[in-house]
Ligand binder design. Structure first.
Ligand SMILES: *Cc1c(COP(=O)(O)O)cnc(C)c1O
Length: 235
């Protein structure tokens, strides 16, 4: 068994255990295996171990890898999205976790309509107001959600967060709780259901699951330590 296969088994076991503690059905959780910086062979190892959903954060890296691996896999885009790349991102990814403005949401919907696709979309929330990170503030979400919900060529799945870096994973719990509370508040205020929460990475996915995550984005705990940084904020 490759390292990747063993790691995946262990992550799935920990997902089951966290769901058990939270009284949740593990089948309600999507494990997004974040393969950024790892090559097509690593993805193939994961596929051989039964993984079908993968996440990438840079288009120039993702496009050739996705073509190389081939097959019937589901790719999610988790990195920051430039408008001029939207068409190509929609050409290879079915779900976008990082739509971070009303303007971008409108644009994604227009391009999707043009291409005849209907991508799943998460709105990225910048709860802590960090300058270095994209995302709508809770206030912007409250204001813009009604319009975003009318966009016809996106399937609005829910909210996504990358909490501020902290040494103690328990600190993230606070941000995960806030994201869930924001979602619940929006549902009451607008009647718009946001069924999914994309939150939790290698160091804190169990905490995220306890707080209601439906999509966990796990990279290094599956593929190993990354040897170089991908972008300004997350290695
Ligand atoms: C890299 C990345 C992840 C995965 O991080 P790990 O700590 O390796 O699990 C998750 N989400 C986003 C947005 C990322 O950029």
């Amino acid at each position: 068994m490759s390292g990747v296969a063993g790691n995946l088994r262990e992550i799935r076991r920990r997902i089951d255990a966290a769901c058990g503690r939270a009284g949740r059905d593990p089948r309600s959780v999507e494990l997004v295996a974040v393969s950024k910086t790892f090559d097509a062979d690593a993805v193939r190892d994961a596929v051989a171990a039964g993984q079908t959903v993968f996440g990438e954060s840079r288009l120039q890296e993702a496009e050739p890898k996705i073509a190389d691996v081939g097959g019937d896999l589901e790719w999610h885009f988790i990195g920051s999205i430039q408008r001029n790349k939207v068409r190509r991102i929609l050409g290879c990814c079915r779900v976008l976790h990082s739509v971070d403005s009303l303007r971008l949401a409108r644009y994604v919907s227009n391009v999707a309509e043009n291409l005849g696709v209907k991508p799943g979309v998460f709105l990225q929330v910048n709860q802590a107001g960090e300058e270095s990170k994209g995302g709508l503030t809770p206030e912007e979400i409250r204001t813009n959600l009604p319009e975003i919900a009318t966009l016809e060529s996106i399937e609005l799945l829910g909210l996504m967060v990358i909490p501020p870096a902290a040494d103690d994973p328990e600190v993230a719990r606070h941000w995960f709780q806030e994201l869930r509370e924001l979602r619940d508040e929006l549902a009451v205020a607008t009647g718009i259901a946001l069924p999914c929460l994309s939150m939790g990475m290698s160091d804190d996915f169990e905490i995220a699951l306890e707080e209601g995550a439906t999509h966990v984005r796990v990279g290094s705990a599956i593929f190993g330590a990354r040897s170089y940084r991908v972008d300004g904020e997350l290695g």
